[in-house]
Design a protein around this ligand. Structure first.
Ligand code: UDP
Length: 315
């Protein structure tokens, strides 16, 4: 039995990961400041004897008495709606000071640390689909920079701790995850569209809707993260974890309308699209397939169905 720390454990991905790790027979310490996460997400888990919740912000030094074998560092606001604006400085601190605190804890415990990095580090990519070797096209002073540059710096810190302090590191670059336990007010496109559809409100596309994304169902993502964490020491990443099924935001809106049978209208608001919103995004997952033997198996239709069913229970 391993003792595993999940920072950001009350968030959407974190809480799904805690649940899977407990089911696999591990001890799980879930740590969060609950800024975007919610204790609602871990309500069931709290009853489990191998589960512990710690209310803490990783930008403060972390003291945990138990010996930790593995750390998943998921702590960070991840929706543009949550990290842009007034929380941007906190976001950068989480990715830098917070990353250092979590790395120091990993060193102290000789634990393997997996960093949840992101497709946002590619910015508005000039290469399509995106391979791990691509260095990205990021605006360092834009609205999204706190997250994009923050996550880039977090990768830098991971590699400097690997090179100079023998940290055991793994970096996953996550592409647009979705699924049950997303916060209905999260602000991301899938939760917004489903909530708008289920409440018969207008479905609001930011811009023309010609921009694309490739959405990865949370169960697939978690299988990929766990495979990466338990891969051989030489596999540090970064490795793209995503589903290459790419579609336009307009097609996504139409799909949500069909699947929910809503009377909502699809409308476009150009003023709501931010200047650095990437135009196209699709992961190249050749490395994940080869090194992790991982492949997403949930189609967008299947994943959306369970996500819609989940949102029906919470709105
Ligand atoms: N988007 C949209 N309507 C919304 C929320 C987002 O049209 O209610 C668009 C957004 O402009 C972007 C895409 O959907 O082009 C994905 O946005 P999201 O915030 O989900 O993720 P990210 O931009 O980080 O990929």
């Amino acid at each position: 039995m391993k003792t595993i720390l999940v920072t950001g454990g009350t968030g959407f991905i974190g809480s799904n990961l805690c649940e899977r790790l407990l089911r696999q027979g591990n001890k799980v310490i879930c740590l969060d400041n609950n800024y975007t996460g919610s204790v609602e997400n871990i309500k069931e888990l709290k009853r489990h004897p191998n589960f512990r919740f710690v209310l803490h912000d990783i930008i403060e030094p972390i003291k945990i008495r138990a010996h930790i074998d593995q750390i998943y560092n998921l702590a960070c606001p991840a929706s543009p709606a949550a990290y842009k604006g007034s929380h941007s400085i906190l976001t950068t601190k989480t990715c830098t000071i917070g990353m250092i605190n979590v790395l120091e804890l990993a060193i102290k415990n000789d634990a393997t640390i997996l960093q949840a990095s992101t497709s946002e580090i590619y910015g508005d990519p000039l290469q399509h689909p995106q391979k791990e070797t691509y260095w990205g096209n990021v605006n360092p002073i834009g609205d999204r920079a706190c997250y994009d540059e923050g996550k880039r710096c977090a990768e830098t810190l991971m590699f400097d701790y690997y090179r100079h302090k023998n940290a055991k590191i793994k970096i996953a670059r996550i592409f647009n995850a979705y699924g049950p336990k997303m916060n209905k007010n999260d602000g991301r496109v899938i939760s917004n569209f489903i909530v708008q559809a289920l409440t018969n409100k207008d479905i609001v596309i930011y811009g023309s809707g010609e921009q694309t994304r490739s959405f990865c169902y949370v169960d697939d993502l978690i299988s990929g993260l766990i495979k990466l964490m338990n891969s051989s020491k030489s596999v540090t990443g970064p490795i793209n974890i995503g589903n290459p099924e790419e579609l336009t935001i307009k097609k996504l809106a139409e799909k949500v309308v069909r699947m929910t049978k809503t009377t909502s209208k699809i409308v476009s608001k150009h003023s709501l699209r931010d200047a650095d919103d990437p135009n196209r995004r699709k992961p190249d997952i050749t490395i994940a397939k080869a090194k992790l033997k991982w492949n997403p198996t949930t189609s967008l239709s299947e994943g959306l169905k369970s996500t819609i069913d989940y949102f029906k229970t919470v709105i």
